[in-house]
Design a binder for this molecule. Structure first.
Ligand SMILES: Cc1cc2nc3c(=O)[nH]c(=O)nc-3n(C[C@H](O)[C@H](O)[C@H](O)COP(=O)(O)OP(=O)(O)OC[C@H]3O[C@@H](n4cnc5c(N)ncnc54)[C@H](O)[C@@H]3O)c2cc1C
Length: 430
């Protein structure tokens, strides 16, 4: 299949929703957060702790988007995106992307301890299985690049792999990259825990209401027009993932929705040690504390490789492929039943580095009152906690004190079309 540009910029689609006739919106809010996924929830939580009373407007239910459809792995090294994101972060004058992603993982650990009921956080470490000579070479290069930035990642041979994971059939595996810092969690607990805590501190969450457009006056954002009326505010944060181009058209030139599937088994006894395994980060699987095994990926086998799709319908050919990979590597799961499958949308930023910060217009000029957070390129968990914190600092004080947001400045994407740098795993299947 040719990888030509039109599929990278599908016509923007607003998120589908069923209006809530009982929803009531205030006429004015301190700050409006659009979207109740992990980013919107993290930002609302931090804004409420900072003393504002954020209004979160969600078209569907919290975590109904990607944040309730992910596998739940928090990878500090960002899979295959690490080298290119690292280069851009350095170019922008910041120390290391690990300052952001490792901070997120530490914040997740803190949230597990502080949110009532926790978030099922396990600092399990992750294993990236390397099955071909090409994957082995890339795995070694990646470990070296991550070590150079200060991440403890190393290649382990088949003998060590066998000792670590008795249940894994290592016959088709050459080696693995082991990253001790990585962790996993239950994303529903994260999103709902953050929103509950934000609500206790003065936030309000309204569901079944879609923001239809930003309201502007005199070159600044002054509110949102929604399916349930208009809200005036001094600040609007768009935490709207792949649906962002429906609200800010220019973003679509550098933000592509990509559909990916996840399959879930019935509960089985503990099988994985460590808790996360990936296949060159293209496919990934982990076990929940409650015993279910989740496996996701195979976008390359989807129609059009899932690139440019806003549809979240499950394509019937995908779940058997995911189940086949799982059984091949974990034969003990051969007779286990599959209980669910779903699809969700990744939002790939053309240069792989997310768009987080003050919202510019399409010419890159500031639009005071507007803020943007999207383009997490398949890695919401190592970004959302720290970005929620930095955005709340930006919104409340005019700058992010904890870490600079310059590397993620959305202005790098305004008024230009960057050729995607994320094509490599797709190209080999084209
Ligand atoms: C199959 C799959 C597996 C993944 N696995 C992982 C993983 O293991 N680890 C990891 O770190 N990341 C993973 N990701 C990526 C991760 O899920 C995302 O990066 C993250 O969830 C993005 O969070 P968000 O809050 O930006 O977006 P979302 O969770 O999608 O939230 C956006 C919300 O905005 C709402 N919305 C949109 N437009 C409007 C509007 N106009 N008005 C009101 N509401 C609106 C939507 O309804 C939605 O609830 C995976 C993604 C998928 C799809």
């Amino acid at each position: 299949m040719p990888l030509d540009t039109p599929q990278f910029r599908p016509p923007p689609e607003p998120v589908a929703f069923t209006p809530n006739p009982a929803a009531e919106l205030p006429r004015h809010a301190d700050v409006v957060v659009v979207g109740a996924g992990m980013l919107g929830a993290s930002a609302a939580y931090r804004l409420a702790l900072a003393g504002l009373r954020p209004l979160v407007i969600e078209a569907n239910a919290p975590a109904s988007g990607a944040s309730g459809r992910l596998a739940g792995m928090a990878l500090a090294g960002l899979g295959g995106h690490f080298p290119r994101v690292t280069a851009l972060v350095h170019e922008a004058g910041a120390r290391s992307i690990l300052d952001y992603t490792c901070r997120s993982l530490d914040l997740l650990e803190e949230l597990d301890a502080t949110l009532p009921g926790g978030i099922e956080w396990d600092r399990s470490g992750s294993l990236d299985l390397l099955m071909t000579e090409g994957e082995l070479a890339r795995g070694k290069a990646m470990a070296a690049a991550q070590n150079a930035e200060g991440l403890d990642a190393r290649i382990i041979d088949r003998d060590e792999l066998r000792d670590r994971c008795a249940a894994l059939d290592t016959s088709g595996v050459l080696a693995a990259k082991w990253t001790a810092r990585d962790g996993k969690l239950n994303p529903f607990r994260l999103v709902y825990g953050l929103l509950d805590a934000a609500t206790r501190s003065g936030a309000r969450v309204v569901t079944g209401v879609r923001v239809e457009r930003l309201v502007t006056a005199g070159g600044r954002v002054t509110g949102v027009a929604t399916s349930a009326g208009t809200v005036e505010t001094d600040a609007v944060l768009l935490a709207t993932n792949a649906w962002t181009p429906a609200l800010v058209d220019w973003v679509g030139a550098n933000l592509t929705p990509i559909r990916e599937h996840v399959l879930v088994t019935e509960q089985v006894p503990p099988l994985f040690d460590p808790g996360i395994e990936t296949n060159s980060c293209n496919e990934y699987w982990r076990q929940m504390r409650t015993g279910e095994v989740l496996i996701g990926g195979y976008a390359v086998a989807d129609e059009g490789m899932g690139i440019g799709s806003y549809s979240m319908r499950v394509r019937p050919s995908l779940p058997p492929m995911l189940a086949g990979l799982l059984i091949r590597l974990h034969p003990a799961l051969r007779d286990v039943r599959v209980v669910r499958a779903w699809a969700g949308l990744l939002d790939f930023a053309s240069l792989e580095v997310p768009m987080v910060g003050a919202l510019p217009d399409e010419d890159g000029r500031p639009m005071p009152g507007g803020y943007l957070a999207c383009g997490f390129t398949g890695h919401g968990l190592p970004y959302a906690p720290v970005m929620g914190l930095l955005l709340s600092e930006l919104i409340t004080s005019g700058s992010s004190r904890t870490l600079p947001l310059e590397p993620f400045d959305p202005a790098r994407y305004a008024g230009v079309v960057h050729q995607p740098t994320w094509l490599e795993p797709f190209e080999s299947h084209a």
